[in-house]
Design a protein around this ligand. Structure first.
Ligand code: B12
Ligand code: SF4
Length: 531
């Protein structure tokens, strides 16, 4: 067997970062899978080195010079950087592979720039690729397991790969963990709506928590489970068995519907310090927030009461909203969100512009069929730099006016002050202020204002937004060039743009080796050259 020099690159961001919040938090946004791949590569007898790019490193200097196989983990917002780096390494003789949200959402596009594109990944799939490790050009192969893995290496095994990244976090260090994959719910906008729930063996969870107590006096853990609350009693039971109450601080994403007061009390007792429920909209998705058929102001009151109840026990809560959903029309949805902020001033609002991430969700097929998905470069697809779905009920200027108005309200001095007073503990208070005055509040408002100005003054921008022209306005191209810096010249020809309807094309018969949905892939996809 050839002992490979394997490089693993975790792209947390797509260019140099400066914001204070990024300085504090980016290293805490590292993904679990690059660490897992490192463990599997070493177990297979190869040499593995992981680099996590947080925006503060000199990336070109950090990358391993001599690499046989390079794995890159990318969100769509880091896709262009990933494509450029892949090209750079391929020119130097390496074979390249991509995994993560971008590979799952845009496999047809990613295979143009990588030799291997990973879907669901388990140890066998990685070993197959390590064994073959061959170039596949011009079109890479799609590899993946038929379903999510039943378990993944835990913190103890990943520690060697995780530690150097945690060392980059200046104050708060957050360890990423998983107790499950997939979700039993079927929210049509979600990547996990077609992925069955796979709870992990709780023995690994218990062992990891005990291990962490030997490493940190008071560890902080972020659960990356798509919906932590699903196997509530069993997982909490495992936590209670493994660690004394309150010795570990936890952060988790959970739908509000799973957070009854009894459960919230139990979470608080066990050290849960932050929860990130999705509210999404006042006119849809009531099943996620336990509001049933309630809509409009009635739903606002119910959700605010629920959030305030949670915050009586758990000190930090981020309530997530999607702006621009088809169920929204006129001022009302935005005004209702403001009323919610008045009624639940302690919650930090996380706003996302409606985005269709390729084949992430069944709903995207409908949007592509309706011709509503715009070809914004992936670089901007992070839920706020661009909205790649033309809104059903708003003209663009009116939509941006409302987004700016809501962002201004949510991050006004008055709301920052009310949020500060409504939170009790020092870290949540400080975190909320930093987020509001840094990239998320003030930064986004500035950016939205610029986009709004361009909608009036730059015809190329307006035509692109209206879907009348596919020519990328200079404003966007220039930003990618700036972010990619020394890697910009390595971005392959054509790699700035993609086919926004590739998912629909694949579903309606155009050739592809990608599974149409994760569940439709009945068997492991072999490592085969593409057509
Ligand atoms: C947990 C989570 C987070 C966490 C942790 C992020 C992280 N670095 O891992 C936090 C809260 C920090 C977060 C932030 C963001 N997130 Co997020 N997040 C999720 C969530 C809920 C779960 C993802 C997860 O970790 N699952 C566990 C892993 C193990 O499983 P998996 O993702 O299915 O991965 C499998 C394969 O893809 C493959 N794989 C994954 N990575 C790799 C890497 C390699 C090398 C290989 C070979 C294979 C491989 O193996 C896995 C097992 O089969 C998903 C939604 C969902 N339900 O999946 C959104 C999701 C991934 N997030 C999304 C987005 C947009 C964001 C943000 C940009 C939002 C924002 N504006 O802030 C940021 C980006 C943060 C960053 N740069 O790191 C999108 C991504 C869409 C896209 N195509 O880019 C998703 C899909 C949600 C959505 N809107 O649909 N997120
Ligand atoms: S949005 Fe949340 S509850 Fe709905 S399918 Fe996705 S992970 Fe599950």
């Amino acid at each position: 067997m050839r002992r490979l020099r394997v490089g693993i690159l975790d792209l947390v961001t797509n260019g140099p970062a400066t914001a204070l919040y990024a300085r504090l938090m980016n290293a805490n946004l590292a993904s679990i899978m690059p660490q897992v791949v490192g463990v599997w590569c070493e177990a297979a007898g190869h040499e593995a080195r992981l680099v996590c790019y947080t925006g503060f490193e000199e990336l070109a200097a950090e990358l391993p010079a001599r690499t046989d196989l390079l794995f890159i983990t990318a969100f769509s917002e880091t896709a262009q950087l990933a494509y450029a780096i892949s090209n750079y390494f391929r020119e130097r003789g390496a074979v390249t592979a991509i995994g993560g949200p971008h590979a799952r959402c845009y496999p047809e596009d990613a295979r143009r720039y990588f030799d291997y594109v990973f879907g669901f990944t388990d140890e066998t799939v990685v070993r197959d690729v390590l064994a073959e490790c061959a170039p596949h050009r011009p079109s890479g192969v799609l590899v993946g397991a038929a379903r999510q893995a039943a378990s993944l290496p835990g913190v103890r095994e990943r520690w060697r790969f995780m530690q150097p990244t945690l060392a980059k976090a200046p104050t708060i260090k957050i360890v990423p963990m998983l107790a499950s994959l997939g979700c039993p719910y079927t929210c049509s906008f979600c990547i996990d709506s077609t992925v069955s729930h796979r709870p992990f063996p709780l023995e690994v969870v218990r062992d990891d928590l005990r291990f962490l107590l030997t490493q940190y006096k008071r560890p902080r853990v972020a659960w990356h489970d798509p919906n932590f609350g699903v196997r509530f009693d069993e997982t909490l039971g495992a936590i209670e068995e493994a660690v004394p109450p309150g010795r570990v601080d936890f952060i988790a994403e959970s739908s509000l519907s799973l957070l009854s007061e009894d459960r919230v009390r139990r979470l608080a007792h066990n050290g849960f310090k932050a929860l990130l429920p999705g509210v999404e909209s006042w006119f849809a998705l009531g099943n996620k927030s336990r509001t049933g058929r309630a809509e409009g102001m009635e739903k606002v009151r119910q959700v605010a009461d629920h959030v305030n109840m949670v915050m009586r026990h758990v000190p930090y809560l981020q309530a997530n909203f999607v702006l621009g959903l088809d169920t929204d029309e006129g001022d009302e949805p935005f005004e209702l969100t403001k009323r919610f902020l008045d009624l639940a001033p302690g919650a930090f609002p996380g706003f996302s512009l409606l985005s269709a991430f390729g084949r992430a969700a069944p709903l995207n097929l409908e949007l592509q069929r309706a011709g509503r998905v715009l070809p914004f470069p992936h670089h901007f697809l992070n839920n706020n730099l661009a909205m790649n779905v033309r809104p059903k009920n708003y003209a663009w200027p009116a939509f941006y006016d409302r987004v700016i108005d809501l962002t201004t309200y949510a991050f006004s001095r008055r709301m920052i002050g009310r949020r500060f007073l409504a939170n009790r503990e020092p870290i949540p208070r400080a975190m909320n202020v930093v987020r509001a005055v840094s990239s998320e509040g003030a930064g986004r408002r500035r950016y939205y204002r610029e986009v709004r100005r361009l909608l009036d003054t730059d015809a190329t921008v307006r035509r692109f937004f209206e879907g009348e022209s596919a020519a990328l306005p200079a404003f966007y191209a220039e930003r990618v060039r700036r972010d990619l810096g020394p890697f910009w010249p390595h971005l392959p020809e054509g790699a700035l743009m993609h086919d926004p309807n590739a998912y629909l094309a694949a579903e309606t018969g155009a050739a592809t080796t990608a599974p149409s949905t994760p569940r439709a892939a009945a068997a492991r996809l072999p490592v085969v050259p593409s057509s």
